[in-house]
Structure formats: structure tokens, C-alpha cells
Design a protein around this ligand. Structure first.
Ligand code: X2W
Length: 298
């Protein structure tokens, strides 16, 4: 029997056959993907991601991509000789920084992803939360416990927003028109201000508003790990809450997990935290039995 790429024809048939129930089940479903981390900078991973998204669209799913770009913003600010500071995981954003954030996310990063997907045969359209009134935002209140004061101290992080409401018509129109929406996490405030919003938060809320089948967060870690470092592959909401209370889920993973919990509580069928450093992570998670990373069930 001939062997190509280490697979026999029987292996190949088996793999394609394994994908069939997933293709059938998710046909017509919306899958919101937060694209960030290594998968957004490594050339090989970028190409694989783009191919996975195009494949999802061609078999009848509606992938909607929300992208990050924190490191890219940081690099540009550094090249401009500007300092940047994070408080509680949020970039302190004054008016000048906001201009750079909008330029990098809405301009450079967004168009690079559009171009990447289109080169692989997709029909991507780049948007920010300003387009079609997609994301209305309000100022995010950040508080910090202070040992001296009775009440938590309120910290002004500038033009950092949280999602107030999503007006998804523009995304739905693109989905039905066979386009793939690529969204930069920028919102508009009540007085027309431009707000910088954490990309995970935007992806989570958008998944709820679109009644998505899945929310997938591409990260640079294998998923949620137990205290022995083993990957937890499938969890329900009660188990996740247990791991938060006993400190197993902590640090930078907490806001991502909270965003997944909000999404599933808001009607998304499942939320996935997957390892974007694995080649074709998205393909493996959506189309195979094994998946990669942690699945949180609704
Ligand atoms: C983020 C927006 C981009 C983002 C920032 O300025 O870096 C805030 O911190 P990653 O790559 O997913 O971290 N916004 C408020 O979320 O990018």
C-alpha cells in the first residue's frame, strides 16, 4: 500500500471520516475565535490558522475572528519611545496611546489577518467595533484593594473600555454573504470616544450575542492544568468554579476562564481554551474527537 506523509490511504480515509459528524453538526453554526499569541506571529502557525478558518467556512460554518495584538502595540509604542503600563491586565490608555492602539489593531494587524485569509482562498472583511456600530463601550472601572483604605481604590486606566452592547447586524450580514468577519477590539463610547477593549472580553460577548455554538480562545498554554500540571480536557461550570475557589485556576488564566464561563452561561454551547502553538490547533479542536486544550461545557 502506498504511504504519503506517513499515512496510508486507509489512515487518510479514517481521518476524513472522523470529521464528517462534526461537519454535519456544526453546519450553519457560528464559531467565534479569539486569535492571538504565537499563532499570530509564527509564520507556519499563521498559515495553518488561515487554512483552518477557510476550511471551516467552506464546509458551511460561520467563523468570526476577534484578534488581539498586545505585543504588536507594545512594540510600536516602544519604537516611538513611549512607555506603556498594565494595571489588572489592562493597558493604561491615554488619548495618544489610543491613537497608536487604533492604528496598530484596526490598521496593521487587522489588515494582515484579512490578507492572510484571503491568500488562502477566503473572503475576509476587516472591521473594528466602530464599523456598523458593532461595539458600544463604556469606561471600565478598575479597582484595587488598598490596605490603608476601607473601600477598594478606584484606578483610572484611561480609555479602556468594556462592552456595553453589541449590534451584530454587520457581522450577520457578512456571514450570510459568505464573508469572514475579522474584528479589532475597539469600541465607541456614549460621547463618541474610542475605547481600547481586551480582545478576550470582546470575543466572549460577541459569542453570546451571536448565539454562537463555540467560543475558542487561542492561547500560548496547553489549556487549564491541574495542580500536577495535567491538562483538564473537559469541565462543566461547577467544576470550573471549584478550581477557581481552590486556586487551581489563577493568575492570567482567570480572566480567560471567566470570559468562557460568561459565554456558556449566556447560551454559547461550549467554550474552548486551546494551545495556539500547536499546528492546526483550530482544525483539531473543531473537526476531531481528541481536540486540543480544555473544553468548558454550557
Ligand atoms: C489590549 C487590546 C489588545 C489585546 C491592549 O491594549 O493590549 C487592553 O489591554 P492580546 O494580544 O489579546 O492581549 N487592550 C485594554 O487584547 O491583545
Amino acid at each position: 500500500m502506498s504511504v504519503q506523509n506517513g499515512y496510508t490511504p486507509a489512515d487518510t480515509a479514517h481521518i476524513l471520516n472522523e470529521a464528517l459528524p462534526y461537519i454535519r453538526r456544526f453546519h450553519g453554526s457560528t464559531i467565534v475565535v479569539k486569535y492571538g499569541g504565537n499563532a499570530m506571529v509564527d509564520d507556519q502557525l499563521k498559515e495553518s490558522f488561515a487554512r483552518d478558518v477557510v476550511l471551516m467556512k467552506l464546509v458551511g460554518m460561520n467563523p468570526v475572528i476577534v484578534h488581539g495584538g498586545g505585543p504588536q502595540i507594545g512594540k510600536t509604542l516602544e519604537e516611538m519611545g513611549r512607555k506603556t503600563e498594565f494595571i489588572a491586565g489592562m493597558r493604561v490608555t491615554d488619548a495618544d496611546t489610543m491613537e497608536v492602539v487604533e492604528m496598530v489593531l484596526g490598521g496593521h494587524v487587522n489588515k494582515e489577518i484579512v490578507h492572510l485569509i484571503n491568500r488562502h482562498g477566503g473572503n475576509a472583511v476587516g472591521l473594528s467595533g466602530k464599523d456598523g456600530g458593532l461595539i458600544r463601550a463604556r469606561k471600565l472601572q478598575v479597582t484595587r484593594e488598598s490596605p490603608e483604605a476601607d473601600a477598594p481604590e478606584i484606578i483610572d486606566v484611561g480609555l479602556v473600555g468594556e462592552v456595553e452592547s453589541i449590534h451584530p447586524e454587520v457581522v450577520q450580514t457578512l456571514d450570510t454573504g459568505d464573508f469572514i468577519p475579522i474584528i479589532a477590539p475597539i469600541g465607541v463610547g456614549p460621547d463618541g470616544e474610542t475605547f481600547n477593549i481586551n480582545a478576550d472580553l470582546v470575543a466572549g460577548r460577541l459569542a453570546q450575542e451571536l448565539a454562537a455554538e463555540k467560543l475558542v480562545l487561542l492561547t500560548d498554554v496547553p489549556g487549564i492544568l491541574d495542580t500536577d500540571g495535567n491538562l483538564l480536557t473537559g469541565l462543566d461550570q461547577a467544576q470550573v468554579n471549584g478550581y477557581i475557589s481552590d486556586g487551581t485556576i489563577a493568575g492570567g488564566m482567570l480572566p480567560k476562564v471567566q470570559c468562557c464561563l460568561d459565554a456558556v452561561a449566556g447560551g454559547v454551547q461550549s467554550a474552548h481554551i486551546i494551545d495556539g502553538r500547536v499546528d492546526h490547533a483550530l482544525l483539531l479542536e473543531v473537526f476531531t474527537d481528541a481536540g486540543v486544550g480544555t473544553l468548558i461545557r454550557g
